[in-house]
Design a protein around this ligand. Structure first.
Ligand SMILES: O=C(O)c1ccccc1NCC(=O)[C@H](O)[C@H](O)COP(=O)(O)O
Length: 203
């Protein structure tokens, strides 16, 4: 079954929505003030304590100091670090050394086959093939044909295109933010529909 992550939770009611829908993971955009979904570490910790058991919290970071990401992994605020900036293999190695046992995911903006090569070569535990930072737009899926490892598909997914995406690309999981929002806020009905669309599809 295709796994699903609902990303960019920032309000207490967003937690209630995912507790109702039960995705595999949920994501917090931590310390990235350019995003309307930004939360502080303190807010992420407080939201995370209300998550239903079984939903794994993922911290989404853009070029944050390793120490800050490690602190949130090691105090249980998040279980997985998802990196969206210029974090390289040395950064990932440092994170692993300081937070053993925690998976590290790396997102790649797929604009060319070179981007896909970089994703294939990454030392991360799992890669996201994405269009950018929660843009609500898909990338050219034909570029993903050469992926040679399990990946999460992100960028512009919504309940109505998840079946097509899963059938075309067979991702390990899908990652959705804008497509489950209405007017920039998470929408309970869309979250329920997205989780059900991902689980309807066998890969
Ligand atoms: O959502 C943001 O504002 C954001 C900011 C900085 C780094 C990453 C960010 N989002 C990541 C995600 O929400 C997902 O990984 C993915 O990009 C979702 O994209 P979309 O469904 O197109 O909103």
């Amino acid at each position: 079954m295709t796994k699903i992550k609902i990303c960019g939770l920032y309000r207490p009611c967003d937690i209630q929505f995912v507790n109702d829908a039960r995705p595999d993971w949920c994501g917090f955009i931590i310390d990235f003030p350019k995003s309307h979904r930004n939360v502080s570490p303190h807010e992420a910790r407080s939201l995370r304590t209300c998550l239903a058991p079984g939903i794994i919290p993922v911290g989404v970071f853009v070029d944050q100091p390793v120490e800050q990401v490690c602190a949130l992994l090691n105090d249980g605020t998040i279980s997985i670090a998802q990196l969206h900036g210029h974090e390289d293999a040395a950064y990932i190695a440092a994170l692993r050394a300081s937070s053993p046992g925690h998976a590290v995911w790396k997102a790649f903006k797929i604009r060319s086959l070179d981007d896909l090569d970089a994703a294939n070569a990454s030392s991360a535990d799992l890669v996201l093939l994405d269009n950018g930072y929660g843009t609500g737009r898909t990338f050219d899926w034909s570029l993903a044909g050469g992926v040679n490892r399990p990946f999460l598909l992100a960028g512009g997914l919504a309940p109505d295109n998840i079946p097509e995406a899963v059938a075309a690309l067979h991702p390990y999981g899908v990652d959705i933010s804008s497509g489950v929002e209405t007017g920039g806020q998470k929408d309970r009905g869309k979250i329920l529909a997205a989780v059900s669309a991902a689980r309807r599809n066998e890969t």
